[in-house]
Design a protein. Structure first.
Ligand SMILES: [Zn+2]
Length: 112
């Protein structure tokens, strides 16, 4: 599926899982949305990366997960909505299969 309003969605991106929340200021979304706060040496950009989860000797791989990535240090950010969908998908996969590989499900909320 092709999402056409990716530019608008981009403005609503809220990062989760920062390694250190204290590095962000209150207005980081306005000033440093694309600036890497980890190395301060690169600009975050949309990318697609596989996500691997291992639980109880079971492995699930979700491919083409929409993320933001810093090309300088390789830090990856996952949008909260993406993280929630990813987690529910992983839980479903790991409950039924020993080794599972699936593409990330495309929806209107995961434009990258
Ligand atoms: Zn970086």
């Amino acid at each position: 599926m092709i999402v056409v309003d990716s530019a608008r969605e981009e403005e609503r991106l809220v990062t989760v899982y920062e390694p250190d929340p204290s590095i962000w200021t209150a207005d980081f979304r306005a000033e440093t949305l694309m600036r890497c706060g980890v190395c301060d040496n690169g600009e975050r950009g949309p990318a697609r990366r596989p996500y691997v989860e291992e639980r109880d000797h079971r492995v699930a791989v979700v491919t083409a997960v929409p993320v933001e990535e810093c090309p300088a240090c390789g830090e990856v950010w996952i949008d909260e909505a993406v993280a929630l969908r990813l987690d529910s998908l992983l839980t479903e996969m790991l409950s039924t299969e020993t080794v599972a590989v699936r593409p990330f499900p495309e929806t209107e909320a995961t434009a990258a």
